[in-house]
Write a protein that binds this ligand. Structure first.
Ligand code: URA
Ligand code: SF4
Length: 303
């Protein structure tokens, strides 16, 4: 290697290697890869830049030898940010911080647990929740708590509002009409229910299907927070305004919150219309489909 004239810090090759590594990490399901930060990328590129051999394009550090004539200039850092996700490159709002909410960009507290331990901790928490009476009205009215269920090793948590009559009766989330539509939406993402995890902002059915009250939302908060801390999903999909507002501490409409990724600890958060809303407003299905496509592209579920 001593007579190797190859410069290991060639910026173009370094970028390419980084892209390959990121794509590989995505494919093997590494739960979180930080968002590309154009400023930081530019800073690191300039730190590692080798002095530019006079190249016709004038691109710093791109050697004439590694750049075949008439190729397009090396992509900008911003372009790479998009390209890393999944080809073909599709416009997403990952690089548009405007109106994206980052509730808490610290890592999740604690450590990432083996799947069996996650399962065991979730079961233990479900037992605690089943005896919870913090909300006196809900605890009185419920048939049973609806803790949530799904794959403890999932990349995707779907965060709903609260149990309805069917969920209250069965003890399982999203089994009614809205749940059936949600199943179709999940399948359209090339996923099955067994692949994901479903949870709600409140674990007891609000009587008459009213929205949960603020005090009920805050009483139940510790439970979903612990669920998410155990699961550490790569993506959280907020279904409807109640879960989005609760998770993101925002009062913006779904229309303003959708079509961009927000952040909750290490999870990327996408807000979409609640399937119950879509049942009442089928015209909004197109928007929901666009949002799910954004999720699929980002998650590498489609190319
Ligand atoms: N709607 C929700 O938000 N959650 C459920 O579990 C069922 C319907
Ligand atoms: Fe407890 Fe949550 Fe049910 Fe309220 S909604 S009683 S906090 S489990």
């Amino acid at each position: 290697m001593s007579n190797d004239t190859h410069n290991p810090l060639d910026p173009a090759e370094t970028r390419e290697a980084a892209e390959e590594l990121l794509a590989h990490l995505h494919r093997v399901g590494v739960p979180f890869i930080p968002l590309p930060n154009a400023e930081r990328v530019a800073e690191w590129e300039s730190r590692f830049a080798v002095s530019p051999p006079a190249s016709p394009s004038g691109e710093a550090g791109v050697s004439a030898a590694s750049t075949p004539p008439a190729t397009k200039p090396a992509p900008t850092a911003a372009e790479i940010g998009d390209e890393v996700k999944t080809p073909p490159r599709a416009p997403t709002s990952r690089l548009q911080p405007v109106e994206s909410f980052s509730v808490n960009d610290d890592p999740y507290p604690g450590v990432s647990l083996p799947i069996a331990d996650r399962q065991q901790q979730l079961e233990q928490l479900a037992t605690t929740v089943s005896g919870c009476t913090k909300c006196s009205q809900l605890a009185k009215c419920r048939t049973q708590t609806v803790f949530g269920e799904g794959n403890p090793g999932t990349r995707f948590a779907f965060f709903g509002e609260g149990p309805g009559a069917d969920e209250d009766r069965t003890g399982r989330p999203f089994v009614g009409r809205a749940g059936q539509l949600l199943d179709k939406m999940i399948q359209a993402c090339k996923l099955q229910r067994e692949d994901i995890y479903l949870l709600n902002t409140v674990k007891c059915r609000p009587p008459g299907n009213r929205n949960p009250e603020p005090n009920e939302l805050s009483n139940c908060r510790e439970y979903w927070e612990q669920q998410l801390q155990i699961l550490r999903p790569e993506y959280i999909v907020c279904l409807g305004a109640v879960s989005a507002h609760t998770l993101l501490n925002s009062k913006l409409s779904i229309g303003r919150l959708r079509q961009r990724f927000h952040q909750y600890h290490e999870s990327k958060v996408l807000v979409i219309y609640h399937p119950a809303y879509l049942l009442r407003n089928p015209d909004a299905k197109k928007a929901a489909w666009a949002d799910l496509q954004m999720l699929m592209r980002d998650a590498g579920l489609v190319t």
